[in-house]
Structure formats: structure tokens, C-alpha cells
Design a protein around this ligand. Structure first.
Ligand SMILES: [Zn+2]
Length: 404
């Protein structure tokens, strides 16, 4: 998606996450700002699919670096990413004599250059007054330190995301912890796969500019003002531990980050730092909670793909998709299997190379969720490999114990 918009030299990266290999290029391109509501007034762009409505269409891909107004005083800035998922949507909010920005892109020379152009062009030389980061993944937090230092403004972020980010950054340059090797061996990785993991370990810090030493904490349901309008923080969990969405009732929209995306189901993974974690349970509860507390008629502004209407429908699809996967996985465990033997019931595409680690994390999230529901049990063999199987009397737990 969107590769045709990438500068020539980026086309053969094969979507690999190679931060060290990103070339220094000049991204000399105008960044025209579209006229107010220009896109919203073009009904021929509207598309509908699977219960969602896309006011800008499903294939809308503004050029990287282009800034478009999507609601009164709310602008989308699309940036290029060196991953399989090749773009991120950042948000610029008019804020009196300056700007509030939401998310920042990976730290790489090209993204800094695009920001420079945006400062002078669409942002008209006005300062950034506050940088809000939805969550700690490098495509969101990458340039937060660089931007806040440059403008002398604060980083607004939830506490868990800020601390987790600082922890992960500090791993860069260290040896791979033995706990992590034990974790991936238990999932069924062979020595070759473990070696590939060793080589990639510590990549996080290379994609993130030096983090600020202090921050402004934001918390669930907190209300703040931008340009005379109220915005509210709505927290979700599962894709990352304390992810902030930003809801503006006056504009009837929500900046949803990676918590709600139209056609991508966000990665929900178990990581070696917390092998027994149950992030899928967090994710399912978050989806249900967002559907309960937020109105359905919001324009959803996600970090990837296109803005859309149909928040409740999408949240329902996300829940149903995972529940379907959980039940297929349960059926698959009629005999003991390793995590890496469980890709079949969970993923439609073939799993290899880049997405292998992500697939393991996601598979473990589903397995740990079934363990949490007392449906599945796990046993480690003498070689340190975990085997998962259906629990005898699986499903009778609640009725037998009376627990709620
Ligand atoms: Zn993310």
C-alpha cells in the first residue's frame, strides 16, 4: 500500500525494518495544504464496506509529507515508515498561536526532513506547544524527544507508556537477556530463529530519539482544552499497556491511534518481559469498553489507513474476530502442540521472516487468554519447550466453582 508514493530509493527495502540502512535522502517536495474541508465536500470519494463508511475513500493515500484538513482545525500528516506497514497518520491541531501535535513518526533522517518542511509550510512557522503521544511504539514516539527539545514544550503521555518506552530504549546496546531466549525457545523456536532474534535485539532504541527526562502524565477520562474545544483522553490496553485515544465531542471525532483501525487488527502480543501476560484479555475488555462509553457517530482518525465512520461496528468486528480465533485455536489443541504449531488456525497468510516474531507474540496472547479462561493448559518438556492442550472439563470452570 502506498509504495508508489515512496521516494525512488526506498522502493527495494522489501518492507524490512532496517533502521541503520535508511539512506540520507533529500525529500524535496512541496507540501501543499488542501483548502478547508476540500476533501469532505467531495462525495464521490465516499466508499462503504463491511458496515464502515470512508468519507475520503478506502484508497485515499495523500503523498508523504502532505497535510490535509480533515475536520475544523484538525489536520492529517501522512509519513512514510520503513516497515511492511509503510505509513503512519499524524495529527496537527490548531492551538491558538501554535500547534498541538499527536504522534511523531520513527526517528530517521527523512522524517526529520519532512517535519522541517511542515514547520515552515503548513504550520506557518508557528511553534509546537505540546506533543501528545498515543503510545510508546517507535512510529508514534520516535521523534517526541527531538520535537519537545526543539520547541521547549512538554511531552504528554500516559505514565505506563512513558516508563515502558524508557525501559525498552535502555535495552539497546545490551546483550540479549537469558529470559528472552528461554521465552522464545519455549515457544518452539529452533537455534536459527533464536540467532535471528539475537541479531535484531535492541532495535527499538535506534528508532527513537533521546526521550525527555520528564513528561506530563495523561490519564483516562482526563479533559483538556485545545483551541477552545474540550478533548478527553480515553485509554485502551492490549496493543500497548496504556494507550491514549483522544476524543473531541465538539468535533464528533476520535483520534484512535492503534486502538481502532479500519481494516487492520492491531498486533496484540505477549513479550519476554512478561511471559504469563494476558494482553488479549485487556484488548477485548478495552474494545467492549470503548463501544460502551463512546458514541457511534464519531469520525475515527486512526494511525494507519483511512479515517472512517462506524466505530461500534468495527469494535464488534474486532471482538468477534478474536473470539473466532480463540475457538479455532481451542479446537486445534485436541492434542498437545507448541506455540509455533498454532499459526494455522490464527493467520490466513504464511508466516515467515519479518512477521515470525510478531506471530509468536500474537499466538501466545491467544494461548494465554485460553489459559486464563481455564480452557487450555501448558506443560514444559525437558528441552524447555512448552506444549499446550485442551484442559479436561474445559469450559465447566465457572459453573463448577461459582466464580463470576
Ligand atoms: Zn502501535
Amino acid at each position: 500500500m502506498g509504495k508508489e508514493n515512496a521516494p525512488e530509493r526506498y522502493k527495494n527495502t522489501g518492507g524490512r525494518c532496517t533502521f541503520d540502512a535508511i539512506p540520507e535522502v533529500s525529500y524535496d517536495r512541496g507540501v501543499p495544504i488542501r483548502k478547508k474541508n476540500n476533501m469532505l465536500k467531495a462525495p464521490e470519494n465516499v466508499e462503504r464496506a463491511k458496515g464502515l463508511t470512508y468519507p475520503f475513500g478506502m484508497k485515499w493515500q495523500p503523498e508523504f509529507g502532505q497535510v490535509t484538513e480533515v475536520a475544523d482545525g484538525v489536520y492529517m500528516l501522512r509519513m512514510w515508515l520503513p516497515f511492511g506497514l509503510d505509513h503512519i497518520n499524524l495529527w496537527l491541531l490548531e492551538d491558538g498561536d501554535g500547534w498541538t501535535i499527536v504522534d511523531t513518526c520513527v526517528d530517521m533522517p527523512d522524517s526529520r526532513k519532512i517535519w522541517e518542511q511542515v514547520f515552515e509550510g503548513p504550520m506557518a512557522g508557528k511553534p509546537i506547544k505540546r506533543v501528545i503521544v498515543t503510545h510508546m511504539h517507535p512510529d508514534h514516539v520516535g521523534l517526541a524527544g527531538w520535537l519537545t527539545r526543539r520547541f521547549g514544550c512538554a511531552l504528554w503521555m500516559s505514565r505506563t507508556e512513558f516508563l515502558m518506552c524508557r525501559t525498552l530504549v535502555s535495552d539497546t546496546g545490551k546483550d540479549v537477556p537469558e529470559d528472552a531466549i528461554t521465552f522464545y525457545r519455549a515457544a518452539g523456536n529452533d537455534e536459527d530463529a533464536l540467532e535471528r532474534y539475537r541479531e535484531r535485539f535492541g532495535g527499538f532504541g535506534k528508532a527513537v530519539s533521546k526521550m525527555p527526562d520528564s513528561f506530563r502524565r495523561i490519564v483516562d477520562r482526563e479533559v483538556f482544552e485545545v483551541n477552545g474545544r474540550y478533548w478527553q483522553v480515553i485509554t485502551g490496553s492490549g496493543h500497548s499497556p496504556e494507550h491514549s485515544c483522544l476524543y473531541c465531542p465538539g468535533l464528533k471525532l476520535i483520534i484512535s491511534g492503534d486502538q481502532v483501525i479500519s481494516r487492520i487488527s492491531s498486533n496484540v502480543s505477549v513479550f519476554p518481559t512478561e511471559p504469563e501476560g494476558n494482553p488479549l484479555d485487556d484488548w477485548l475488555r478495552s474494545c467492549a469498553r470503548l463501544r460502551e462509553i463512546l458514541p457511534d457517530n464519531l469520525l475515527v482518525l486512526p494511525s494507519h489507513q483511512q479515517p472512517f465512520y462506524g466505530l461500534h461496528t468495527r469494535l464488534t468486528h474486532l471482538i468477534e474476530g478474536h473470539e473466532r480465533a480463540l475457538s479455532q485455536l481451542f479446537d486445534h489443541l485436541d492434542e498437545p502442540r507448541r506455540a509455533i504449531d498454532c499459526f494455522g488456525p490464527l493467520f490466513k497468510r504464511t508466516i515467515s521472516g519479518d512477521n515470525f516474531q510478531l506471530a509468536i507474540g500474537e499466538t501466545l496472547a491467544h494461548l494465554n487468554c485460553l489459559i486464563g479462561r481455564r480452557m487450555v493448559m501448558k506443560e514444559r518438556n525437558e528441552k524447555g519447550v512448552d506444549f499446550y492442550s485442551q484442559r479436561p472439563n474445559a469450559g465447566d470452570f465457572e459453573t463448577e466453582t461459582g466464580l463470576v
